[in-house]
Design a protein around this ligand. Sequence first.
Ligand code: NA7
Length: 543
Amino acid sequence: MASSRTPSQSAIQVDALIVGAGFSGITAIHRLRKAGLTVKCMEASSDFGGVWNFNRYPGARVDSEVPFYQLNIPEVYRDWSFSERFPGHEELRDYVAHIDKTLGLRRDTIFHARVNDASWDQQKGRWTVKTEQGHVASAKYLMLASGLLHRIYIPDFPRLSDFRGDILHSAAWDPKFSAKGKKIGLIGAGATGVQLTQSLGKDAAELTAFVRRPSYCLPMKQRSMTLQEQHELKRFYPVVLGAARQSHAGFPVPPTTQAALDVTKEERERHWAYTWEQGGFSFGMQAFKDATRDRESNELTYQYWRSRIASRLTDPQKLEVMAPEQKPYYFITKRLPLEQDYYEVLNQDKVNIHNLSKIPLESFTSNGLLMADGTEYQLDAVVLATGFDSITGSLNQLGVKNKDGIDLKTVWADGVKTHMGITISGFPNLFVAYSPQAPTPFVNAVTILEAQVELAVDIIEKMETSGYKSIEATREAEIQWKKDLYAMTEGTLFPYTDSWWSGANIPGKKVEIMAYVAGIKHYEAKCRSLIEGLQGFAVDTGR
Ligand code: NA7
């Protein structure tokens, strides 16, 4: 009889199975255990940390300031302090190791377990989840926490394979790579490209930044932080982190209630100068209230930003690429990266900027990059900071099937459909953390992922208390949710900008509003009111 054992008989049996061990997966392990469920987390790589496990390029650091990029779990923050206001990737991995040690995450995590199939059995009311490595697990609930910016995007560059030098993507960095003495080409000028420019522009013999659209960077105002000041601040963490949840972007700053044209030029400039000096995202978060709605207000904000950059990027040709007189897209509608000395680094003679919007890339060659005007850059290495198949990319590769056996990728081929970003019609007892159709792209990551995990766990607790078998979103609720998302952007400047948050960075990908732009406070209140009466859900009570 032993030989007739099927994989499902030897399967891991838990209440909840989590996919991904980044910050969302970690939070899910903790919250689900606290709710009294048995859990297992499956992680494709060899460690915790998600993006911080993968993004090891020189200069990688978080753009969210202490204390907001840490979990709101007292036993975790009590014994941890960061050394800088905006921690670097090495320290973030140390922090993740501290979380693991404090919460004992490892005992419920399986590494080297890449989920490639998940199917639902309505009769049993359970998911069967399989991995490439041969694991099989059975769970009542499935929580997808596979990350927003996980699936690497490398554009289909002609003759890429001809290049004889090194090619590196920012999220798959070779730790042995050194830029010292090399001529490097860097493609991409998003948040990652900005950080890489700051490090490679110092280390390399020569750096050429290939820029299609510049980023509108804000001053980070990095500083070191003492143990003492964090120790004193920790008494207020419950209030401060609670306030982050009640804010727009996950940072508790007072919103600006005036429109740009309600005040004089001097008052405007005083306000901008003040928020500029605060550093971090303040200049964007505390922009005049009409900055993302009114073209004139947006233009005034942009021109102030440009004047600040012009005082630092003194080469007029470089300035015209990185902060052109005519802005290439509306201010704030695309991620505003934080910088430390980006413009000073760009100013150096050994740093060139090639404007791809004027002269596109023709192809790679064996020695470098060939431009459409015949110019060839001779390079030792090409670094790709070309981003990710964001938001849906990682979810679509998990092989998760709905109750009719249709893959999520197919279900979403003509557009993402969810209820609250967290649940999906046809996928009973499945929850998504750090998801599409939520404020995710515009909100401090830890704040929104904690909110989403807690919302999902609230639903699960309701199910368990009532002894229900399964729950899923209704089609009608998904249609309404999408309508609401679009309605929120009406009258704003967001829909005019191509970005990864709308899928527009990937050729052929459906372009759609995938962000809930009304902010986290609004989002959580809305979700809580829906969950309260299980509105928009179909429940199988099992009776
Ligand atoms: P992003 O923000 O998607 O940036 C990717 C960059 O790569 C951006 O400058 C793109 O230019 C550029 N890109 C993409 N495809 C091409 C091609 N084919 N040719 C030239 N340039 C190209 O990714 P990041 O990794 O910087 O940041 C992602 C998020 O991670 C960030 O927002 C933070 O939240 C953390 P484009 O702007 O499309 O013209």
